[in-house]
Design a protein around this ligand. Structure first.
Ligand SMILES: Cc1cc2nc3c(=O)[nH]c(=O)nc-3n(C[C@H](O)[C@H](O)[C@H](O)COP(=O)(O)OP(=O)(O)OC[C@H]3O[C@@H](n4cnc5c(N)ncnc54)[C@H](O)[C@@H]3O)c2cc1C
Length: 472
């Protein structure tokens, strides 16, 4: 886990009062308080530092990074496995995470998914099909390759390719669900192929997931080019990698930002209430502040706002969540009949099984498992972890011919912890913001986007927003 002890010991104490002693009017030497030390909170603190505003970052847990959890598992005689409990990479098309990595001196540690092992499978009807070639996200650019793949029936395939002739929606300002968008543009059967990729990122119910929140770029393409296929054909060819990570895993980013923060970062400091003039900790201590940036997930944020901002708290409390569980399994390569030099598989939406995807970390990225070993992460919907493990080992046996027991297993239990972003989320977020003063901001995965680049951008934007509000 991240070691931030050096930066903690060097940090000056700012703006703290003890035992519930509340300060009066905000003064310019009071800090802005950042609640939560995930990637959003770290980015907010980093931006405050760039703006020259004093800050305090308060984290309830004993490490920085929040959901970004990189752990090393050492096996005597084998070596070290790098286990990611949540994010294992970030998209480079949204520049904010990479920019932050550069600013904290981490660019030399940047790595990319391997090209030489870039094989993906699609599980349909119990069979592993090679993924169609020449897709951009899920949009087929090569009709013949898509027809050959067999991921949809012949009728479903022609309906999907016919998207190019479907006129754009007229009421473009209205939000809609992913399911509505996909069915409207690509046909009902296309849900089986598109949803695992699109909703998988958001761990979402496609009938609820807001297009405006999750895929605004597709709505814009539809309006500008008339169809997604036409839009993707018009885009310049892709050059360079699409995703990045770090040699030591995603936890390196949280660690590097934590070490670069020069003001106070307090671990084991859970906030209990948020006020206009600061926060009260679970210990009863009051910390006075000129502004507060809340980066905690919605289910923690609502009760923190309930005392002084009941309307905002009620709105935050209405935000929904989804569940996922990942089972991490390690094997020796010789346990497999299958060539495990691949990136993984996606499961057809209509397959009717609890498993949604497998990532082969050892195949996807260098340095995730010792030579001649295989490290997998098997994803499930809302499944009890013990049952998920039993199922995961069964699927790995059945699909890849694995023999014998895994060398170790681990769980990433995110039940009830994935933001749902239901249709209308943007309006809901606007209402939350309207119910809070400009110096109290909400940002982060529950509110403004789940991907790490979005979290970085949201944290930094919230910091700038507080500065603007202070100047008004
Ligand atoms: C399985 C999985 C896979 C993912 N894969 C990817 C991926 O490949 N790429 C990608 O870009 N994204 C991915 N994500 C999403 C991404 O990891 C998260 O959206 C992001 O890490 C959330 O960051 P955050 O700072 O907004 O929230 P969090 O990381 O949840 O941080 C919130 C922090 O607030 C703290 N806190 C809570 N209550 C209090 C309190 N009362 N007082 C003080 N602190 C408190 C928590 O301890 C936590 O540290 C994945 C997520 C999951 C679950």
């Amino acid at each position: 886990m991240t070691d931030i002890s050096e930066s903690l010991s060097a940090a000056p104490q700012v703006g703290l009062t003890q035992g519930g002693d509340r300060r009066g009017a905000a003064t310019t030497d009071q800090p802005v308080i950042v609640v939560g030390g995930g990637l959003t909170g770290l980015s907010a603190a980093w931006e405050l530092q760039q703006l020259g505003l004093p800050y305090v970052l308060l984290e309830a847990g004993d490490y920085l990074g929040g959901k970004v959890q990189t752990e090393w598992h050492s096996l005597p005689g084998a070596g070290d496995f790098l286990v990611e409990k949540a994010a294992d990479a970030f998209i480079l098309g949204k520049p904010w995470a990479l920019e932050l990595a550069r600013e904290v001196g981490l660019e030399s540690e940047l790595i990319h998914p391997r090209e030489d092992t870039k094989r993906l499978y699609f599980l349909k009807g119990g069979r592993l099909l090679p993924f169609p070639e020449h897709l951009r996200m899920f949009v087929p650019l090569d009709e013949q390759a898509f027809r050959r793949s067999g991921v949809l029936s012949p009728e479903g395939t022609e309906r999907m390719l016919g998207e190019v002739n479907v006129p754009p929606r007229e009421n473009a300002d209205e939000d809609e669900s992913l399911a509505s968008f996909v069915t409207r543009r690509f046909g009902e059967e296309a849900m089986n192929f598109i949803v695992p990729m699109a909703a998988g990122i958001y761990v979402a119910n496609p009938h609820e997931l807001s297009m405006q929140m999750a895929f605004p770029q597709f709505l814009a393409m539809e309006q500008k080019y008339g169809s997604l296929i036409a839009a993707h054909r018009a885009l310049p060819p892709r050059t360079g990698p699409i995703f990045g990570s770090f040699r030591g895993g995603m936890g390196e980013l949280a660690g590097a930002v934590g070490r670069a923060l020069t003001e106070e970062v307090r671990l084991n400091s859970a906030v209990r209430q948020v006020h206009r003039d600061g926060v009260t900790l679970a210990s009863g201590e009051h910390i006075a502040g000129r502004g507060v940036i809340m980066t905690t997930p919605a289910w923690f944020t609502a009760p923190l706002l309930a005392g002084d901002f009941p309307e905002a708290a009620a709105l935050v409390g209405q935000l929904k969540t989804n569940s996922s569980v990942a089972v991490i399994l390690a094997y020796r390569r010789e346990q497999f009949a299958f060539d495990m030099d691949m990136h993984g598989l996606q499961v057809d939406w209509s397959e009717g099984i609890a498993m949604t995807a497998i990532t082969v970390h050892s195949g996807k990225m260098h340095g995730r498992a010792p030579e001649d070993h295989v490290l997998l992460r098997v994803f499930f919907k809302n499944t009890e972890p013990g049952e998920a493990r039993r199922l995961a080992e069964g699927y790995v046996r059945e699909l890849f011919g694995a023999e014998g027991e895994p060398l170790f297993h681990a769980f990433a239990d995110w039940r009830g912890k994935n933001p749902a972003y239901v249709v209308g989320h943007r309006h809901h977020l606007a209402a939350i913001r309207a119910a809070l003063p400009g110096t109290v901001q909400v940002a982060g995965a529950s509110f403004t986007g789940v991907g790490l680049p979005d979290c970085v951008n949201a944290g930094r934007t919230a910091a700038r927003q507080v500065m603007t509000s202070l100047a008004e």
